[in-house]
Design a protein. Structure first.
Length: 214
């Protein structure tokens, strides 16, 4: 498949790439689902099976796949958690700094996990987006960090939290630059609608019989 963006003028391409950031996750996932672009994280298991998890990629990750699809026609591969670091059983009640944080072991209902992370950060640790971003970065590259390493990485990332604010998070970006006024929701809807219309034009869905749906 050729570069889908080549159907647009330079100005139209720039506008679309900017408007993509204003699409919400429901709109982005709808576009992806219809075209087979993965956004749900999958995990390998010892029996060789690969199953979809309840976890999904963050907006910047999914939009990167969308942009790649628009330039190459390739849907890309889903984020896959290696079987070596997947655990189906719950973590033990007693954990130490050198134990490893396996996939599925990070959850606020596991009080032993939360307590250890608070201990390792002098009480500063809080469950939230930063912790989940840090955990998934480790797991996505096939690594189950020790709790000590995870706590250290969380502390560093938390101190640089502003770096997680990328253009894909349109509202927070506009808020930071004082562009998010009371009309922002209407602006978002208009930009997302424009993006979806352009996407339908340049990347229509092909039905089984070969008919195009725009």
């Amino acid at each position: 498949m050729s570069n889908l963006l080549s159907q647009l003028t330079k100005h139209e391409r720039a506008r679309l790439l900017e408007e993509l950031n204003y699409m919400n996750l429901e709109e982005i996932r709808g576009f992806c689902s219809a075209r087979g672009i993965p956004f749900r994280i999958v995990a390998e298991y010892p029996n060789g099976k690969v199953k979809a998890t309840k976890d999904t990629d963050r907006k910047p990750v999914v939009l990167a796949r969308v942009r790649r699809y628009l330039t190459t026609g390739q849907v890309g591969q889903p984020t896959c958690i290696s079987a070596e670091i997947v655990r189906q059983e719950n973590p033990p009640a007693r954990l130490g700094p050198h134990d490893r944080l396996y996939y599925r072991w990070y959850a606020k209902e596991f009080e032993g996990v939360m307590r250890l992370l608070r201990d390792l950060t002098a009480g500063r640790f809080r469950d939230g987006a930063v912790a989940r971003v840090v955990a998934m970065k480790f797991w996505a590259r096939g690594e189950a960090p020790t709790f000590e390493d995870f706590a250290r990485s969380w502390t560093k990332t938390k101190a640089e939290e502003h770096r997680l604010l990328t253009p894909e998070y349109a509202y927070l970006t506009d808020l930071r630059h004082q562009r998010a006024d009371r009309d922002w929701k209407a602006l978002r809807k208009a930009k997302a609608k424009s993006a979806l219309e352009t996407l339908a034009k340049i990347a229509p869905v092909r039905a089984a019989a070969g008919r195009l749906f725009r």
